[in-house]
Ligand binder design. Sequence first.
Ligand code: M6R
Length: 607
Amino acid sequence: MCGIVGILGKGAAAPRIVEALKRLEYRGYDSAGVATLWHGELHRVRAEGKLRNLEAKLAAHPLEGEIGIGHTRWATHGKPTETNAHPHASDRLAVVHNGIIENFRTLRDELIAKGYRFATETDTEIAAFLVTDELAQGKTPAEAVHATLGRLRGAFALVFLFKGEDNLLIGARQGAPLAVGQGEGEMFLGSDALALAPFTDRIAYLEEGDWVIATRESVEFRDAGNNVVTRRFIKSPAGGLLAEKGNYRHFMAKEIHEQPEVIGHTISHYVDLSAQRLKPFDWPCDPMSLNRISIVACGTASMAGLIGKYWIERFARLPVEVDVASEYRYREPPIDKGGLTIFVSQSGETADTLASMRYVREHGGRTIAVVNVPTSSIARLADVVAPTLAGPEIGVASTKAFTCQLVAMAVLALALGRARGVLSEAEEGARVAELVATPGLLAEVLKLEPAVEKIAQTLAQARDVLYLGRGAAYPLALEGALKLKELSYIHAEGYAAGELKHGPIALIDSAMPVIVLGPRDPVFEKTISNMQEVAARGGRIVLIGDAHAAEEAAVAIESFLAMPDMAPTFAPIVYAAPVQMLAYHTAVIMGKDADQPRNLAKSVTVE
Ligand code: M6R
């Protein structure tokens, strides 16, 4: 899952390519590169590490040329070295690639037998050599790319730049997104509209299997069968300005603090605030006909799905199963014709989630996408979109998108309950009022940051951390552990508090902090019992609960974070904030990069 861009422009291409790559860094940031054409010859500059390293190299050795391609990488095949950085090149062309070419070993052996010498460990270089080989047989660039595409298996997006072709880029999409942007006598290709936003807002998306022949003046879309097809240009809402950190040290800190505002926006999208009632929701199927609901997502989005399960089962009285998309897509799950599957995704581009959605649609299921990027592949494929209005989320660790996903799940649960006639109007009003209170409560909780930072000082010393919760706080415990792992690289696990005694209690000792998420809900007393079990074994308890929680627990507590009093129903939305702040501050104290943790990417477009 890398970011790719191609520019057929006027004026120097390289600085514009770098500008676009900055917007694609969320897709990977372990190396980057640019290739341009100058007087018909290919020139490349590549650098290991973050984009700033490439910028520094380009400042020292500027690339001339008005046409070029660029890449920011998340390594799949081969270490993140300069040699493995894209663009990859032959003597005839350069290419950038996002995705995985699955049959690359066979193709590589074939090319080696023909005398091609590989300089890199990547799967991409075979695409460069295959097209080169076709060109050597006298084919035109378009014919050569078309012949090559037919031989590649996997999920990929590609953009080719050809030696001697000052007015041609060829792109292709199979399982990974590619957009075309049309300017005034200029043409752009990129992984998304956001990357192209500084140059144009006229965007067309390639459909699955499409490839495209672009010049400055024209663009020809072809489908998988090589038929010329029309893909509509639309005005893209992607903003031209790159999100700024403002006064915050990291995007993640800013995004944590934006939560009261963005969950407020999301709530007002679904709720008539003056009437304190839900606005009508456009279901893709008859809610009365449903026997169950499936929720499919990855990572943090799947935690939002797990919390949604608690709410849907409670308010709509429907069984819910939640799956991580990477398992779901290959399990061949039976799909109810006309049944409902909800897909949750911030980026809307996660490969496994997208493939799972395709699977459900192909088998006659109906789909809702809870998605943050309205122009994304998942949003475009879904029957109905339930948007989260978090705005661009730049920090790799999901924070504000998560709490907005929780809002969407809460609304869907209540709306389903109403549509199925199992939730009364009075209860709808009461629950909506609780939901509407969450932005204010979240704002209050953010003021606890200095206390959270103190706890983070101790977490930063730990080797392992356990998170416990019951009810809807259990998936939040999973989310807490995920956040801490991805940001601080400390091993952490989330457990259902009641499950502790079935094994993990053996881990409890005086070295491991146990973070207990204990909102005052109907299972709070049970959580207290579990805390006592930890205390009895000398465990170090960090309790996050309301003002009286520590007193009631009546056990030795190492640290206590006093949360405001609140109705328990949607407590995970509010309790998410200390969990996020803990992970953030622990990472910062440990000197880790909170916005771009090692080995990760924001949008996971490979499986
Ligand atoms: O864009 P998506 O919501 O589909 O992404 C899913 C996961 O990759 C994402 O939530 C990931 O787990 C985050 N890094 C968690 O902070």
